[in-house]
Design a protein around this ligand. Structure first.
Ligand code: APR
Length: 309
């Protein structure tokens, strides 16, 4: 039995950091691909040279072409332009559309059995584009957003309470924009409902910070967007798939009637395993949560319409 193969398209901040997490976790051999000459090869070689020190066995190869990505088990797509201060994720649509169209068709041709994990923004729209362009079944095209957004919410709750991040469990629905729908009602700290530990005003403040969490990092970095947490999220998905962990995680998937939504890629809780999306879990929602979800879906639908597919 050979090792699994993970290809990462885009060797920028998110892609290179994803390669780092994936190799260190020994999820398989890693191929780092970019259109820039020297960057993917240099970063891959440097990372491989770290392996004797850190003690992980994973080949890491950098490349400018798709040949090395052939027959990947998982492909993480991070190619594209990140935001700068003052930009919304939607402002990236036109430029990233062209990049994703070209990348996904080549990935699909070389790795027809792969599971695609999309990271490029605007996330829901790029996941939809990848689903349409790849021709893959809907179970095998999944966007990474909910893990990042819930990680931010978990981190803020842990800071507020002064407790371990590990003990915070939460769920989130909707698009990866400022209208995402964090769910305090589905949030616990070691099983204790969040509402028993924090007053509503504090929870509202943390929800608001979560919604604007990406922008907070962009405003601090000024030259790009978040990369540690997004890449960790993508690699958590890769791990769930490659180890068939059947984790319940909020991910962006194609909906065909679930939550009353059709023909949209949208964030919902799924069971993630070796087949990709193994099931979609439909939560019971209050009227208020449903209204927030509808608003988020409307903005994602508008963005998808701009693809003019
Ligand atoms: N094929 C392969 N790689 C490409 C292509 C392409 N057609 N077009 C661009 N790239 C590469 C760039 O050369 C660059 O190295 O994608 C990389 C993007 O890296 P960064 O500019 O560092 O951006 P990053 O912070 O990694 O974000 C990438 O993820 O979170 C999202 O919003 C973010 O859409 C952005 C993406």
């Amino acid at each position: 039995m050979g090792r699994k193969k993970i290809s990462i398209i885009g060797a920028g901040f998110v892609g290179a950091t994803a390669a780092h997490w994936a190799a260190e976790k020994e999820l398989g051999d890693v191929v780092l691909m970019d259109i820039l000459e020297g960057i993917p090869q240099g970063k891959a070689l440097d990372l491989f040279e770290a392996s004797p020190i850190e003690g992980f066995d994973a080949r890491v190869v950098g490349t400018k072409g798709y040949e090395e990505t052939k027959d990947s088990d998982v492909v993480i797509v991070t190619s594209g332009v990140p935001r700068k201060p003052g930009m919304s994720r939607e402002d990236l649509l036109d430029i990233n559309k062209k990049i994703i169209e070209s990348v996904v068709s080549q990935v699909a041709e070389k790795s027809p059995k792969a599971i695609l994990i999309m990271v490029t923004n605007p996330l829901d729209t790029m996941t939809y584009l990848a689903y349409k362009k790849s021709g893959f079944p809907k179970e095998r095209v999944i966007g990474m957003a909910g893990i990042l957004d819930t990680a931010r919410f978990r981190a803020f709750i842990a800071l507020e309470l002064g407790v371990s991040v590990e003990d915070i469990q939460t769920l989130l629905l909707g698009g990866h924009g400022d209208e995402m729908v964090p769910l305090p009602r589905y949030t616990t700290v070691s099983g204790i409902p969040l509402s028993q530990l924090l007053p509503k005003e504090t929870i509202d403040r943390l929800v608001d910070r979560t919604r604007k969490g990406g922008g907070e990092i962009v405003n601090l970095l000024k030259t790009g967007s978040a990369f540690y947490a997004p890449s960790a999220g993508a690699v958590q998905m890769a791990e769930a798939i490659l180890k068939d962990k059947k984790r319940i995680l909020p991910c962006c998937v194609y909906l065909d009637g679930e939550y009353g939504l059709k023909d949209i890629c949208f964030g919902v809780p799924i069971k993630l395993g070796t087949k990709g999306v193994e099931s979609i879990i439909e939560l019971q929602l209050t009227q208020e949560e449903k209204a927030l979800l509808t608003k988020s879906a409307e903005s994602v639908k508008k963005s998808i319409a701009e693809l003019k597919l």
